[in-house]
Design a binder for this molecule. Structure first.
Ligand SMILES: *Cc1c(COP(=O)(O)O)cnc(C)c1O
Length: 448
């Protein structure tokens, strides 16, 4: 990155510092991962210069020979990997992908059903502060208050009462499996579209450790940067033909695939980010390798080992465990209800990165909720296994229970760094470290 250093030593240094933070700490945010250098090289390529509005063979600009090859290859790989009929690889990220599907399947103000944010759904599944909650009518379902599990009878009851146009099966902080088949049965009973948003679990599905939503569902959205371990971005996958022939599409000759493509472009986006599409293609190739199955299996094994250790430490986990890559600590039994932010900040001192999160039926505010969400995708990419999870679980238990104890957290930071250094990440960045010793102006920015 010598050119970056010459042009902008401040940004250069921040990138190095962030890289060092990633290399010396423990990353337990379940939506994060570490991409390969190959994926980063595709992202940092001259493809970023190209405008290519439209789709392969139907562009609005010249010079598309190689761009078309790249997009077609990304589509082919996604189709093969997931078993999808139709794929759109252009969405900029997960939220715009969901926006496009809503745009394709509903008129403004129509009703859909998604899981309540506090119970493990995503912002784009009907939160009041998001387009999904502002522009559409939302009927949320929640998990069972006692077990913390999705109750499909309850989902069916709400669907029969509310008659939504779309039902979303998905999770962002739900630590158990999704029963796509059961959701599909409800969708068919009430003539709703089934949107499976597999953003969090795409890598587990590809790796064969979570049931696939194919071939049941109508539409699947996924981010590419979570368990799938690709660049920031998203995919929309769907059937080609429309299963439902409803009011909205009367008079339209478009099938489901065409509805989705035209919702992405020209509906919501302009030029696709070709460098990101290329990086998605690279990540899809990596995910098709046999090693990726081993990775996905280890992610789940590690999550189970970490959850077991946390519970052995006396911590309460939502649903008392995990089936996937993530878990949520319920801080309320420790008397730390509404203290999620402080626990998160304390863990930052120890070099352990997590994210505060609501627990189901949380009375506390979203800025200071009662839960801590953690997951194992990043640490597993780094090469850690059950033994390390046990050690990390022990530290976590200790740190959460004693989050006021700065001395303990600082001492823990040294052990954390030592463990992280045994699993080197992006080692080439070390040699580039800060040769000019440039003073960052960042303190002025922080004062603001
Ligand atoms: C992360 C996530 C998204 C949004 O992805 P962004 O890329 O952050 O916009 C959408 N749905 C689910 C279920 C997610 O977990």
């Amino acid at each position: 990155m010598r050119d970056l250093l010459e042009t902008d030593p401040w940004i250069y240094n921040q990138i190095l510092d962030e890289t060092t933070r990633q290399r010396t700490g423990l990353e337990l945010v379940p939506s994060e991962n570490y991409v390969s250098k190959a994926v980063m090289q595709a992202m940092g390529s001259p493809l970023t210069n190209k405008y290519s509005e439209g789709y392969p063979g139907k562009r609005y600009y010249g010079g598309q020979e190689y761009v078309d090859n790249i997009e077609l290859l990304a589509i082919k790989r996604a189709r093969e990997l997931f078993g999808a009929e139709h794929v759109n690889v252009q969405p900029y990220s997960g939220s715009p992908a969901n926006h496009a599907v809503f745009f394709a399947l509903m008129t403004l103000g129509e009703k859909f059903m998604g899981m309540d944010l506090g119970c493990g759904g995503h912002l784009t599944h009907g939160s009041k502060v998001n387009f999904s909650g502002k522009h559409y009518d939302v009927a949320s379902y929640r998990v069972d208050r006692e077990t913390g599990l999705i109750d499909m009878d309850e989902v069916r009851k709400i669907a029969l009462r509310e008659r939504p146009k779309v039902i979303i099966s998905s999770l962002t902080s739900y630590p158990r499996r999704l029963d796509f088949q059961a959701f599909q049965e409800v969708c068919e009973e009430v003539d709703a579209y089934h949107l499976a948003d597999i953003s969090h679990i795409a890598g587990l599905i590809v790796g064969g450790v979570h049931e696939s939503p194919f071939p049941y569902v109508d539409v699947v959205t996924t981010t590419t940067h979570k368990t799938l371990r690709g660049p920031r971005g998203a995919l929309i996958m769907s059937r080609t033909e429309n299963r439902l022939h409803d009011e909205h599409f009367r008079g339209s000759k478009k099938n489901l695939a065409q509805l989705i493509d035209s919702a992405v472009f020209p509906g919501l986006q302009g030029g696709p980010h070709v460098h990101m599409i290329a990086a998605k293609a690279v990540a899809l190739r990596e995910a098709a390798r046999p090693e990726f199955k081993g990775y996905a299996r280890q992610v789940v094994r590690n999550a189970r080992a970490l959850a077991d250790e946390l519970m052995a430490q006396g911590l309460k986990l939502v649903t008392d465990g995990t089936d996937n890559h993530l878990m949520v600590i319920d801080l309320r039994p420790l008397g730390y209800g509404g203290k999620g932010k402080y626990v998160q900040n304390a863990l930052d001192v120890a070099g352990i990165t997590v994210n505060k999160n609501a627990v189901p039926y949380d009375d506390a505010s979203p800025f200071n909720p009662s839960g801590i969400r953690l997951g194992t995708p990043a640490l597993t990419t780094q090469g850690m296994k059950e033994n390390e999870m046990e050690k990390i679980g022990e530290w976590l238990g200790n740190a959460v229970k004693n989050y006021h104890d700065v001395g303990l957290l600082k001492k823990m930071r040294q052990e954390v760094t030592k463990l992280a250094s045994e699993f080197p990440l992006y080692p080439e960045y070390e040699v580039l470290r800060d040769p000019y010793q440039v003073q960052n102006p960042i303190h002025e920015l922080v004062k603001r």
